[in-house]
Design a protein around this ligand. Sequence first.
Ligand SMILES: [Mg+2]
Length: 213
Amino acid sequence: MDLDDTLINRRDAVTAWAADFSVDRHLAPAAAQALTDSLRDRALPETFEALRTTLGLAESAAELWEAYVVGLAAKVTCDSEILVRLDLLRAAGWTVGVLTNGATDIQRAKLTAAGILDHVDAVCISEEAGARKPDPKAFRTAASRCGFEPHTAAWMVGDNPVTDIGGASAAGLRTVWVSAGAAWATPGLTPDHIAPTVADAADFLLGLPENPR
Ligand SMILES: [Mg+2]
């Protein structure tokens, strides 16, 4: 399972954090949007080097990153209907792992704050794993932490057509694209299944004839 915008809604959390941060620091109204834009696709400690200059912030980039890690984690939740499905999958014999691109501290803070760690068997974060999706090595590492080699009995569930679906296909996994109702629009790649939500994706997996148990 992918984390950002699959198990949790990172996009909304970033927007909410940026709004709060801007108000707390008495920044100009445009600052919240500038923060959201900079952090939308990917956030790293270095991202705050540029932002502290642009926004005239006194703290160091490291201090701002720490504020972001704590603040964003406080904004993320995982719906109970998703957590229940993770439990159902494991009860049905599936081994459930999270494979996520990002810095270890922020990804682990979000996993903890959203209560996901108690509902999965393994976690693989790109920074500590030394490989980012769509690199097949990221999928191999995640699979091995789940106790398997990647093979066609394994599935990847994620929202990103390239990193999640393309990467997993290349690594030999089957795929469920979490579409949020969008149409598939990435030529040359095809997910094995499309589900509007991660709960629907889990229900699809639970209904497969090859359910492990
Ligand atoms: Mg994602």
